[in-house]
Design a protein around this ligand. Structure first.
Ligand code: HSE
Length: 435
């Protein structure tokens, strides 16, 4: 048993400094849990900011100095990004150090290679903070639900996107103003298009699907659609029909394969997840033994993310002297991963919300519903909104909710609807999920 372990922190941004703060402030409680003191003895950062106080800790501008420091036992990779982070983590692993990371892009894109290197070097790479900030969802799925065949999971796993949708819904706020606020609060990615376009959520979903279904990490196969096209109108019409629009990551397994998709989704207001607002995240997981479960908590921010980072550090400290006793990185033994294919988005089945701009004249609605009927698409609800003046023509919005249908069929029907003379522009489509 070690009396202390030496921690090296690479990156002193929002999460890095949050992790340092938690390790220092909760040192006594943490030591009681870890079985030894966890001491930050080396920080790699380009600069210490004015508000940051790190005492006498050694500071290097080069993060690789931390990975190469012979005194360091556990390296915290909190620099973010992909290529440099990958190089840093592989360096630390080859130096025999355990690694804790909050980097979802790193794990989703390079995780297979990183875990193989960690196994070869008999070290642990822990990544709880990579998904859903402070919610211990990795441990919940990988360990807590290990007895189940997991059927599907669905989550609000990007705090920034949920914050934007909530502010649009509750205050009618402008998209760009809310995004700026999320950036100021430290929620958004360095490149906020990752949040808005669903890439960040797809990174996290890729990780969740792997630990849920025992498949290799396959970020390149995830379908990703952002929230940039959602209008306040869509939010209000959905509300009127009994639904909320949430930016969901959904992973399901069936006989045919694995669904891996991130897109705006209409969710019934009755569902608990429809009430998850602001920066909060929630993940629903359905298992054949446990039934339906949901995990809720802050999905971003310095201290919630640090909570997950330091929990991993404590885990690593607990297994420090016998790393082979730890849980496999993806929960399943590496030689037991499944090669079930990830399905293309055209193969999934979903209900749909359609918003169609059409001229206000007799027979338009009938033409639209006839096309849907020809494709065997069942309508669940229709509303038609008062025409508003639009240059010379009077234009109305037709909102249609459909029952479940294969996406490829819906695509063909949408093309036919867009070809109608009375229909103007693109049909807006949002998927619905009964969860
Ligand atoms: N940008 C991410 C989010 C940070 O908003 O959820 C946490 O991963």
């Amino acid at each position: 048993m070690n009396s202390s372990l030496q921690i090296g922190i690479c990156g002193l941004g929002t999460v890095g400094y949050g992790s340092y703060t938690v390790l220092v402030e909760n040192a006594k409680e943490i030591a009681r849990r870890a079985g030894c003191d966890l001491v930050v003895s080396h920080i790699g950062t380009r600069r210490i900011k004015a508000h940051q106080e790190v005492g006498e800790v050694r500071v290097s501008q080069d993060v690789f100095a931390v990975a190469d420091d012979p005194d360091i036992d556990i390296v915290l990779e909190l620099i973010g990004g992909e290529e440099l982070a990958k190089e840093l983590v592989l360096k630390a692993i080859s130096n025999g150090k355990h690694v804790v990371t909050a980097n979802k892009a790193l794990i989703a894109v390079h995780g297979n290679e990183i875990f193989a290197a960690a196994k070869k070097n008999n070290v642990v790479v822990a990544y709880e903070a990579a998904v859903a900030g402070g919610i211990p969802i990795i441990k919940a799925i990988r360990e807590g639900l290990a007895a189940n065949q997991l059927q599907w999971l669905a989550g609000i796993i990007n705090g920034t996107g949920n914050f934007i949708l909530t502010e649009m819904q509750e205050k009618g706020s402008e998209f760009s103003a809310v995004l700026k606020q999320a950036q100021e609060l430290g929620y958004a990615e360095a490149d906020p298009s990752f949040d808005v376009e669903g890439i960040d959520a797809a990174h996290k979903l890729t990780i969740l699907a792997s630990i849920a279904f025992g498949i290799p990490l396959q970020f390149d196969k995830a379908y990703t659609e952002g929230i940039g096209d959602i209008t306040i109108e869509d939010i209000h019409y959905s509300e009127e029909l009994g639904y909320r629009i949430k930016h969901l990551g959904i992973a399901r397994q069936s006989e045919q394969g694995i669904e891996l998709r991130v897109h705006p989704t209409l969710v019934s207001k009755d569902k608990l997840i429809a009430s998850v607002n602001g920066v909060m995240n929630a993940v629903m997981v359905q298992g054949n033994a446990v039934g339906s479960t949901m995990y809720y908590g802050p999905g971003a921010g310095a201290l919630p993310t640090a909570s997950a980072v330091i929990a991993d550090v404590i885990d690593v400290a607990r297994v420090f002297n016998c790393p082979e006793s730890s849980v496999p990185a993806l929960g399943f033994q590496t030689d037991s991963l499944s090669d079930k294919p990830v399905l293309p988005i055209t193969e999934i089945e979903s209900g749909y919300y359609l918003r169609i701009s059409a001229q206000d004249k007799a027979g338009v609605l009938a033409d639209i519903t006839e096309i849907l009927g020809d494709f065997g698409i069942n309508i669940e609800a229709v509303i038609q909104k008062e025409p508003h003046h639009h240059d010379t023509d009077q234009v109305l919005s037709v909102i249609i909710l459909t029952h479940e249908i294969k996406e490829a069929v819906m695509n063909e029907a949408i093309v036919k609807i867009e070809e109608l003379d009375a229909v103007g522009g693109k049909v807006s489509r949002i998927r619905m999920d009964k969860l």
